[in-house]
Design a protein around this ligand. Structure first.
Ligand code: GDD
Ligand code: MN
Length: 365
Protein backbone atom coordinates (compact mmCIF):
# COMPACT_ATOMS: atom_id res chain seq x y z
CA UNK A 1 0.00 0.00 0.00
CA UNK A 2 1.18 3.50 -0.74
CA UNK A 3 1.73 5.38 2.54
CA UNK A 4 -0.05 8.65 3.17
CA UNK A 5 2.05 11.57 1.98
CA UNK A 6 3.46 13.59 4.90
CA UNK A 7 5.80 16.13 3.38
CA UNK A 8 6.64 17.90 0.13
CA UNK A 9 10.11 19.37 -0.24
CA UNK A 10 10.10 22.26 -2.72
CA UNK A 11 13.45 22.93 -4.38
CA UNK A 12 13.81 26.07 -6.51
CA UNK A 13 16.58 25.60 -9.06
CA UNK A 14 18.43 27.53 -11.70
CA UNK A 15 21.47 25.81 -13.19
CA UNK A 16 21.91 23.21 -10.47
CA UNK A 17 22.41 20.20 -12.74
CA UNK A 18 25.10 18.49 -10.68
CA UNK A 19 23.35 19.14 -7.37
CA UNK A 20 20.08 17.43 -8.33
CA UNK A 21 21.11 13.79 -7.76
CA UNK A 22 23.23 14.76 -4.74
CA UNK A 23 20.32 16.49 -3.05
CA UNK A 24 17.89 13.63 -3.70
CA UNK A 25 20.39 11.19 -2.19
CA UNK A 26 20.70 13.43 0.86
CA UNK A 27 16.92 13.76 1.23
CA UNK A 28 16.56 10.00 0.87
CA UNK A 29 19.01 9.47 3.72
CA UNK A 30 17.61 12.22 5.94
CA UNK A 31 13.95 11.30 5.54
CA UNK A 32 14.04 7.51 5.97
CA UNK A 33 10.70 6.19 7.17
CA UNK A 34 8.83 9.36 6.18
CA UNK A 35 6.46 9.63 3.24
CA UNK A 36 7.82 12.54 1.22
CA UNK A 37 8.08 13.91 -2.30
CA UNK A 38 10.47 16.40 -3.82
CA UNK A 39 9.25 19.10 -6.22
CA UNK A 40 11.91 20.82 -8.29
CA UNK A 41 10.74 24.16 -9.64
CA UNK A 42 13.14 25.00 -12.42
CA UNK A 43 13.12 28.14 -14.55
CA UNK A 44 14.16 26.37 -17.72
CA UNK A 45 17.84 26.27 -16.73
CA UNK A 46 20.13 26.19 -19.77
CA UNK A 47 22.24 23.47 -18.15
CA UNK A 48 19.35 20.99 -18.27
CA UNK A 49 18.54 20.81 -14.55
CA UNK A 50 14.88 20.02 -15.24
CA UNK A 51 15.75 17.07 -17.46
CA UNK A 52 18.16 15.71 -14.85
CA UNK A 53 15.33 15.82 -12.31
CA UNK A 54 12.91 14.15 -14.73
CA UNK A 55 15.46 11.39 -15.31
CA UNK A 56 15.42 10.66 -11.60
CA UNK A 57 11.62 10.82 -11.51
CA UNK A 58 11.43 8.04 -14.08
CA UNK A 59 12.52 5.45 -11.54
CA UNK A 60 11.69 7.35 -8.35
CA UNK A 61 8.15 8.79 -8.42
CA UNK A 62 8.91 10.84 -5.31
CA UNK A 63 10.83 13.17 -7.60
CA UNK A 64 8.60 15.67 -9.42
CA UNK A 65 9.41 18.60 -11.67
CA UNK A 66 7.77 21.87 -12.57
CA UNK A 67 9.57 23.50 -15.46
CA UNK A 68 8.64 27.13 -16.00
CA UNK A 69 9.26 28.95 -19.28
CA UNK A 70 10.02 32.60 -19.89
CA UNK A 71 10.03 33.41 -16.18
CA UNK A 72 12.57 33.91 -13.44
CA UNK A 73 12.24 34.32 -9.71
CA UNK A 74 13.11 32.38 -6.61
CA UNK A 75 10.08 33.44 -4.54
CA UNK A 76 7.51 32.84 -7.25
CA UNK A 77 9.08 29.46 -7.99
CA UNK A 78 8.73 28.45 -4.33
CA UNK A 79 5.11 29.56 -4.26
CA UNK A 80 4.22 27.54 -7.33
CA UNK A 81 5.93 24.50 -5.88
CA UNK A 82 4.11 24.88 -2.57
CA UNK A 83 0.79 24.96 -4.38
CA UNK A 84 1.54 21.85 -6.38
CA UNK A 85 1.35 19.21 -3.67
CA UNK A 86 -1.25 17.18 -1.81
CA UNK A 87 1.04 16.88 1.22
CA UNK A 88 -0.22 18.62 4.40
CA UNK A 89 3.23 19.98 5.17
CA UNK A 90 5.68 21.64 2.80
CA UNK A 91 9.34 22.57 3.13
CA UNK A 92 11.47 24.88 1.02
CA UNK A 93 15.17 24.14 0.64
CA UNK A 94 17.85 25.46 -1.72
CA UNK A 95 18.96 23.14 -4.49
CA UNK A 96 22.66 23.80 -3.95
CA UNK A 97 23.13 21.78 -0.72
CA UNK A 98 23.82 24.90 1.34
CA UNK A 99 20.89 24.17 3.67
CA UNK A 100 21.18 21.30 6.15
CA UNK A 101 18.58 18.72 5.17
CA UNK A 102 19.30 16.59 8.25
CA UNK A 103 17.08 18.84 10.38
CA UNK A 104 14.03 18.20 8.16
CA UNK A 105 12.76 15.28 10.32
CA UNK A 106 13.01 17.41 13.48
CA UNK A 107 11.13 20.21 11.71
CA UNK A 108 8.42 17.76 10.66
CA UNK A 109 8.17 16.26 14.15
CA UNK A 110 7.70 19.71 15.62
CA UNK A 111 4.82 20.54 13.26
CA UNK A 112 3.18 17.17 13.77
CA UNK A 113 3.45 17.41 17.57
CA UNK A 114 2.03 20.91 17.96
CA UNK A 115 -1.13 21.75 16.01
CA UNK A 116 -0.81 25.44 16.96
CA UNK A 117 2.60 25.74 15.33
CA UNK A 118 2.52 27.24 11.81
CA UNK A 119 6.12 27.50 10.61
CA UNK A 120 9.48 25.95 11.53
CA UNK A 121 12.46 27.99 10.35
CA UNK A 122 16.03 26.88 9.85
CA UNK A 123 18.09 29.66 11.40
CA UNK A 124 21.77 30.48 11.20
CA UNK A 125 21.52 32.93 14.06
CA UNK A 126 20.19 30.93 17.01
CA UNK A 127 22.54 29.05 19.37
CA UNK A 128 24.07 26.14 17.49
CA UNK A 129 23.64 27.68 14.04
CA UNK A 130 26.15 29.48 11.86
CA UNK A 131 27.01 31.00 8.52
CA UNK A 132 29.97 28.71 7.90
CA UNK A 133 32.84 30.32 6.07
CA UNK A 134 31.24 33.57 4.98
CA UNK A 135 33.53 36.46 4.21
CA UNK A 136 33.17 39.69 6.18
CA UNK A 137 31.55 41.43 3.25
CA UNK A 138 28.68 39.00 2.96
CA UNK A 139 28.20 38.95 6.75
CA UNK A 140 27.85 42.74 6.71
CA UNK A 141 25.44 42.77 3.76
CA UNK A 142 23.32 40.06 5.32
CA UNK A 143 23.17 41.95 8.62
CA UNK A 144 22.12 45.11 6.77
CA UNK A 145 19.36 43.26 4.93
CA UNK A 146 18.18 41.75 8.21
CA UNK A 147 18.01 45.18 9.82
CA UNK A 148 16.04 46.56 6.87
CA UNK A 149 13.62 43.67 7.00
CA UNK A 150 12.80 44.52 10.61
CA UNK A 151 10.98 47.56 9.28
CA UNK A 152 8.34 45.36 7.73
CA UNK A 153 8.44 42.42 10.17
CA UNK A 154 6.34 42.33 13.26
CA UNK A 155 7.87 39.09 14.53
CA UNK A 156 11.29 39.00 16.14
CA UNK A 157 12.85 36.45 13.79
CA UNK A 158 16.54 35.75 14.22
CA UNK A 159 16.99 34.89 10.54
CA UNK A 160 14.27 36.47 8.37
CA UNK A 161 16.57 36.11 5.34
CA UNK A 162 16.49 32.32 5.63
CA UNK A 163 15.22 30.45 2.61
CA UNK A 164 14.98 27.19 4.56
CA UNK A 165 11.70 26.47 6.38
CA UNK A 166 8.72 24.16 6.71
CA UNK A 167 5.05 25.02 7.14
CA UNK A 168 1.48 23.78 6.89
CA UNK A 169 0.53 23.75 3.22
CA UNK A 170 -2.96 25.10 3.87
CA UNK A 171 -1.55 28.21 5.52
CA UNK A 172 0.70 28.83 2.53
CA UNK A 173 -2.27 28.43 0.17
CA UNK A 174 -4.37 30.85 2.22
CA UNK A 175 -1.61 33.47 2.05
CA UNK A 176 -1.15 33.39 -1.74
CA UNK A 177 -3.31 36.47 -2.43
CA UNK A 178 -1.26 38.48 0.07
CA UNK A 179 2.22 37.57 -1.20
CA UNK A 180 4.29 39.96 -3.29
CA UNK A 181 6.31 37.08 -4.82
CA UNK A 182 9.11 39.52 -5.66
CA UNK A 183 12.74 38.51 -5.46
CA UNK A 184 14.57 35.99 -3.29
CA UNK A 185 13.04 36.31 0.17
CA UNK A 186 10.04 34.02 0.26
CA UNK A 187 10.08 33.51 4.04
CA UNK A 188 10.07 37.26 4.70
CA UNK A 189 7.22 37.58 2.22
CA UNK A 190 5.21 34.90 4.04
CA UNK A 191 5.89 36.22 7.52
CA UNK A 192 4.89 39.77 6.58
CA UNK A 193 1.88 38.76 4.47
CA UNK A 194 -0.05 36.97 7.17
CA UNK A 195 -2.87 39.02 8.68
CA UNK A 196 -2.43 37.16 11.98
CA UNK A 197 1.01 36.60 13.50
CA UNK A 198 2.25 33.13 12.57
CA UNK A 199 3.46 30.92 15.38
CA UNK A 200 6.98 29.87 14.55
CA UNK A 201 9.86 27.85 15.91
CA UNK A 202 13.51 28.34 14.97
CA UNK A 203 15.93 25.45 14.71
CA UNK A 204 19.67 26.01 14.27
CA UNK A 205 21.64 24.89 11.24
CA UNK A 206 24.96 25.80 9.71
CA UNK A 207 24.96 27.28 6.20
CA UNK A 208 27.23 25.12 4.06
CA UNK A 209 29.62 26.20 1.36
CA UNK A 210 28.51 25.71 -2.21
CA UNK A 211 30.63 23.11 -3.98
CA UNK A 212 28.85 22.82 -7.34
CA UNK A 213 27.50 25.57 -9.57
CA UNK A 214 27.35 29.22 -8.61
CA UNK A 215 25.19 31.65 -6.63
CA UNK A 216 22.54 33.70 -8.42
CA UNK A 217 22.69 36.49 -5.88
CA UNK A 218 23.67 39.63 -7.78
CA UNK A 219 22.84 43.34 -8.00
CA UNK A 220 19.47 42.68 -9.56
CA UNK A 221 18.59 40.38 -6.66
CA UNK A 222 19.74 43.03 -4.18
CA UNK A 223 17.57 45.57 -5.98
CA UNK A 224 14.64 43.18 -5.88
CA UNK A 225 15.05 42.93 -2.14
CA UNK A 226 14.65 46.70 -1.78
CA UNK A 227 11.69 46.60 -4.15
CA UNK A 228 10.03 43.90 -2.04
CA UNK A 229 10.47 46.00 1.10
CA UNK A 230 9.06 49.05 -0.68
CA UNK A 231 6.15 46.94 -1.90
CA UNK A 232 5.29 45.88 1.66
CA UNK A 233 5.47 49.44 2.96
CA UNK A 234 3.83 51.51 0.19
CA UNK A 235 2.99 49.13 -2.69
CA UNK A 236 -0.75 49.39 -2.13
CA UNK A 237 -0.69 53.13 -2.71
CA UNK A 238 1.77 53.52 -5.58
CA UNK A 239 2.75 50.25 -7.31
CA UNK A 240 6.48 49.45 -7.48
CA UNK A 241 6.40 49.10 -11.22
CA UNK A 242 5.02 52.59 -11.67
CA UNK A 243 7.77 54.02 -9.47
CA UNK A 244 10.44 52.23 -11.51
CA UNK A 245 8.82 53.15 -14.80
CA UNK A 246 8.66 56.83 -13.79
CA UNK A 247 12.23 56.83 -12.46
CA UNK A 248 13.46 55.39 -15.74
CA UNK A 249 11.31 57.95 -17.55
CA UNK A 250 13.08 60.73 -15.66
CA UNK A 251 16.44 59.30 -16.70
CA UNK A 252 15.12 59.18 -20.27
CA UNK A 253 14.35 62.89 -20.09
CA UNK A 254 17.97 63.52 -19.10
CA UNK A 255 19.17 61.42 -22.02
CA UNK A 256 16.87 63.37 -24.32
CA UNK A 257 18.22 66.74 -23.15
CA UNK A 258 21.82 65.59 -23.37
CA UNK A 259 21.48 64.33 -26.93
CA UNK A 260 19.52 67.39 -27.97
CA UNK A 261 22.10 69.70 -26.48
CA UNK A 262 25.01 67.87 -28.05
CA UNK A 263 23.49 67.77 -31.55
CA UNK A 264 22.02 71.23 -31.59
CA UNK A 265 25.09 72.92 -30.11
CA UNK A 266 27.32 71.30 -32.69
CA UNK A 267 24.92 72.65 -35.29
CA UNK A 268 25.01 69.27 -36.94
CA UNK A 269 21.24 69.35 -37.41
CA UNK A 270 18.49 71.90 -36.97
CA UNK A 271 16.33 71.95 -33.85
CA UNK A 272 13.54 69.78 -35.24
CA UNK A 273 16.01 67.19 -36.48
CA UNK A 274 17.86 67.19 -33.16
CA UNK A 275 14.58 66.80 -31.28
CA UNK A 276 13.53 63.83 -33.38
CA UNK A 277 16.87 62.08 -32.87
CA UNK A 278 16.88 62.85 -29.13
CA UNK A 279 13.35 61.48 -28.81
CA UNK A 280 14.19 58.22 -30.55
CA UNK A 281 17.36 57.77 -28.50
CA UNK A 282 15.51 58.46 -25.23
CA UNK A 283 12.64 56.11 -26.11
CA UNK A 284 15.08 53.38 -27.06
CA UNK A 285 16.98 53.91 -23.81
CA UNK A 286 13.74 53.71 -21.83
CA UNK A 287 12.56 50.65 -23.69
CA UNK A 288 15.69 48.63 -22.94
CA UNK A 289 15.93 49.76 -19.32
CA UNK A 290 12.28 48.95 -18.63
CA UNK A 291 12.71 45.64 -20.38
CA UNK A 292 15.70 44.77 -18.19
CA UNK A 293 14.38 46.13 -14.88
CA UNK A 294 10.71 47.06 -14.65
CA UNK A 295 9.52 44.03 -16.59
CA UNK A 296 12.53 41.78 -15.98
CA UNK A 297 10.47 38.71 -15.08
CA UNK A 298 8.65 38.84 -18.41
CA UNK A 299 11.33 40.55 -20.44
CA UNK A 300 11.19 40.39 -24.21
CA UNK A 301 14.01 38.45 -25.83
CA UNK A 302 15.27 37.58 -29.27
CA UNK A 303 15.59 39.97 -32.20
CA UNK A 304 11.94 39.61 -33.22
CA UNK A 305 10.53 40.12 -29.71
CA UNK A 306 12.76 43.14 -29.11
CA UNK A 307 11.99 44.84 -32.42
CA UNK A 308 8.22 44.31 -32.08
CA UNK A 309 8.36 45.49 -28.47
CA UNK A 310 10.42 48.54 -29.38
CA UNK A 311 8.00 49.56 -32.12
CA UNK A 312 4.93 49.24 -29.92
CA UNK A 313 6.72 51.05 -27.07
CA UNK A 314 7.53 53.95 -29.42
CA UNK A 315 3.91 54.09 -30.58
CA UNK A 316 2.58 54.16 -27.01
CA UNK A 317 5.08 56.85 -26.04
CA UNK A 318 4.29 59.01 -29.07
CA UNK A 319 0.65 59.15 -28.03
CA UNK A 320 1.82 59.85 -24.46
CA UNK A 321 3.96 62.72 -25.74
CA UNK A 322 1.03 64.18 -27.68
CA UNK A 323 -1.13 63.95 -24.54
CA UNK A 324 1.66 65.65 -22.60
CA UNK A 325 1.80 68.58 -25.03
CA UNK A 326 -2.01 68.81 -25.14
CA UNK A 327 -2.55 68.83 -21.39
CA UNK A 328 0.38 71.15 -20.65
CA UNK A 329 -0.59 73.76 -23.25
CA UNK A 330 -4.27 73.61 -22.29
CA UNK A 331 -3.43 74.28 -18.63
CA UNK A 332 -0.91 76.93 -19.56
CA UNK A 333 -3.51 78.85 -21.58
CA UNK A 334 -6.09 78.49 -18.84
CA UNK A 335 -3.90 79.57 -15.97
CA UNK A 336 -2.10 82.29 -17.86
CA UNK A 337 1.46 81.23 -17.42
CA UNK A 338 2.11 78.94 -14.45
CA UNK A 339 4.37 76.96 -16.72
CA UNK A 340 5.92 74.64 -14.12
CA UNK A 341 2.57 73.32 -12.92
CA UNK A 342 1.33 72.91 -16.49
CA UNK A 343 4.48 71.04 -17.44
CA UNK A 344 4.29 68.75 -14.40
CA UNK A 345 0.65 67.94 -15.09
CA UNK A 346 1.46 67.12 -18.71
CA UNK A 347 4.32 64.84 -17.63
CA UNK A 348 2.11 63.03 -15.08
CA UNK A 349 -0.57 62.35 -17.68
CA UNK A 350 2.06 61.04 -20.09
CA UNK A 351 3.69 58.87 -17.41
CA UNK A 352 0.40 57.24 -16.43
CA UNK A 353 -0.58 56.79 -20.06
CA UNK A 354 2.76 55.27 -21.07
CA UNK A 355 2.82 53.04 -18.02
CA UNK A 356 -0.74 51.78 -18.37
CA UNK A 357 -0.54 51.12 -22.09
CA UNK A 358 2.94 49.66 -22.28
CA UNK A 359 2.26 47.24 -19.42
CA UNK A 360 -0.73 46.06 -21.42
CA UNK A 361 0.52 46.18 -25.01
CA UNK A 362 4.31 45.98 -24.88
CA UNK A 363 4.91 43.65 -21.93
CA UNK A 364 1.40 42.23 -21.56
CA UNK A 365 0.82 38.58 -22.21
N1 GDD B 1 13.49 28.54 -9.97
C1 GDD B 1 14.44 29.44 -9.66
N2 GDD B 1 14.43 30.66 -10.28
N3 GDD B 1 15.39 29.12 -8.76
C2 GDD B 1 16.34 30.04 -8.48
C3 GDD B 1 16.39 31.30 -9.09
C4 GDD B 1 15.38 31.62 -10.05
O1 GDD B 1 15.32 32.70 -10.63
N4 GDD B 1 17.45 31.98 -8.59
C5 GDD B 1 18.05 31.16 -7.70
N5 GDD B 1 17.40 29.97 -7.64
C6 GDD B 1 17.72 28.80 -6.81
C7 GDD B 1 19.14 28.33 -6.90
O2 GDD B 1 19.34 27.42 -7.94
C8 GDD B 1 19.34 27.69 -5.54
O3 GDD B 1 18.83 26.38 -5.52
C9 GDD B 1 18.49 28.56 -4.61
O4 GDD B 1 17.51 29.17 -5.47
C10 GDD B 1 19.30 29.61 -3.87
O5 GDD B 1 19.97 30.41 -4.80
P1 GDD B 1 21.51 30.84 -4.63
O6 GDD B 1 21.90 31.55 -5.86
O7 GDD B 1 22.32 29.67 -4.20
O8 GDD B 1 21.36 31.94 -3.50
P2 GDD B 1 22.18 32.19 -2.17
O9 GDD B 1 22.92 31.00 -1.69
O10 GDD B 1 22.95 33.42 -2.31
O11 GDD B 1 20.95 32.59 -1.19
C11 GDD B 1 20.21 31.63 -0.60
O12 GDD B 1 20.62 31.60 0.74
C12 GDD B 1 20.10 32.58 1.57
C13 GDD B 1 20.65 32.54 2.93
O13 GDD B 1 21.28 33.73 3.11
C14 GDD B 1 18.70 31.84 -0.76
O14 GDD B 1 18.04 30.62 -0.47
C15 GDD B 1 18.13 32.76 0.20
O15 GDD B 1 16.71 32.68 0.13
C16 GDD B 1 18.62 32.37 1.56
O16 GDD B 1 18.05 33.17 2.51
MN1 MN C 1 23.19 29.18 -2.46
Amino acid sequence: MIPRLELAVVIPTFNELRNVPLLIAKLDAALVGRAWEAIFVDDDSPDGTAQAARDLGLTDPRVRVIQRFGRRGLSSACIEGMCATAAPVVAVIDGDLQHDETILPTMLDALQADAALDVVIGSRFVAGGGTGDWDQDRVKKSALATRLSRRVLKADLSDPMSGFFMMRTQIARDLIPHLSAIGFKILLDIMTASPRPLKYLELPYTFRLRTEGESKLDYVVAMEFLIAIYDRLFGRIVPVRFVMFSGIGALGALVHLTVLYALFRKEAVNFVGATIIATVVAMTFNFFLNNALTYRERRLTGARGLIDGWISFCLVCSVGAAANVGVASFLYEMEHGTWAISAMAGLMVAAVWNYALSSRFVWGR
